[in-house]
Design a binder for this molecule. Structure first.
Ligand code: MRU
Length: 343
């Protein structure tokens, strides 16, 4: 990858400000957990695995900055830090998954100093593991990519959404490395334009043949036979295989079914939530109305109009041809096969 999304450097967190893409590549430096929480909420960093890693780094900053003189006070501070981070975005399970993983270290009977060191190394482990998982998912998923075909992807499930080379987009990067010739269609992803601003930017930057469309062009292009498969990421996969992902994914999956086109989901095991039985139990984030009534600061609707802005939707398991994780390709019945693969 010829850029990075986030990293830990000399006791600080560096994150590319994704709100500024595609026109500016700017890195912000964060030294306090409150700043990281705000960056997650305002989408400086976004994408399920990336906000998980950012959450883990936020915990490491909180630990590093703590002035607590006793283990008890330190644990209280860290519990508050975890709550703050997790409350920023409700749908992607990777955020609580990573934060809880760091928080669990507080149960160890160690000195404050050792605990702080362990917290940082766990956050760094989460980062490194994400990099490795991305590559593994890409290698497994590349088998699904066929020579000469065109694949639709929605939102951004690429390097910008992870610490590594992405989930869905990693499949394209690995297929290209294998020498396969194929092309990608990125849907722009209203209202935040992750497809246009981020996916189009990173695929083009990395030499993948990509064409941008608006979201409402998908049905037409499928009917014309110009899309041969759909590959997306996920923010949370319920135990039964229902998949939450960026708003618009469900529509693309229904259209894929209507046109007999395979719909694939690519996500690491940190996205699978066995405690959520099905899609109905997945909390869907509602984002600010400004995202819908303004187009980059310029009014695009009456100021007083009533607005809905759900940021995610749920694609039922029966519409999904396969789920690719870092361990391989899983087919239905997902309830059994996801659990089996985890073992
Ligand atoms: O609101 P966002 O930009 O955080 O939504 C991101 C997505 O929906 C991605 O498709 C998902 O997180 C998978 S990222 C590897």
């Amino acid at each position: 990858m010829n850029f990075y999304t986030l990293k830990w450097q000399d006791g600080t967190v560096l994150m590319m400000d994704q709100r500024k893409l595609p026109t500016q590549e700017i890195y912000n430096t964060y030294t306090r957990i409150e700043e990281v929480a705000e960056a997650i909420k305002t989408m400086v960093v976004r994408g399920a695995p990336a906000i998980g890693v950012a959450g883990a780094f936020g915990m490491a900053l909180a630990a590093q900055n703590s002035q607590a003189g006793s283990l008890e006070t330190f644990r209280q501070e860290m519990d508050q830090a975890a709550d703050l981070l997790i409350s920023q975005r409700p749908t992607a399970v990777n955020l609580p998954w990573a934060v809880r993983r760091v928080q669990n270290l507080l149960n160890q009977n160690n000195s404050l100093e050792v605990l702080k060191e362990n917290i940082l190394s766990e956050a760094l482990n989460i980062f490194e593991e994400d990099v490795a998982m991305c590559e593994a998912m890409g290698k497994h998923g590349a088998q699904l990519i066929e020579e000469g075909k065109t694949y639709l992807t929605h939102c951004n499930a690429g390097a910008l959404a992870t610490a590594g080379q992405g989930t869905a987009l990693s499949v394209f990067y690995e297929a290209a490395k294998e020498g396969k010739k194929f092309s990608v269609i990125a849907s722009e992803t209203r209202p935040f334009l992750q497809g246009a601003r981020l996916t189009a930017w990173e695929l083009e930057k990395n030499g993948i043949d990509v064409t941008l469309i608006t979201d409402n062009m998908v049905a037409h292009l499928m009917k014309l036979g110009k899309i041969h498969g759909v590959v997306t990421g996920s923010d949370r996969i319920a135990a039964n295989g229902d998949v939450a992902n960026k708003i618009g994914t469900y529509g693309a999956a229904l259209l894929a079914k209507a046109h007999k086109i395979p719909f694939y989901v690519v996500a690491p095991y940190s996205t699978v939530d066995f405690e959520t039985p099905n899609g109905e139990a997945i909390p869907i984030e509602e984002r600010p109305r400004e995202e819908v009534i303004q187009f980059f600061g310029t009014a695009s609707a009456p100021e007083s109009i009533r607005v809905l802005n759900p940021a995610f939707d749920v694609t039922p398991a029966e519409l999904i041809k396969a789920i690719v994780t870092e361990r391989g390709i899983v087919h239905a019945p997902y309830k059994i096969n996801l659990a089996q693969q985890l073992k």
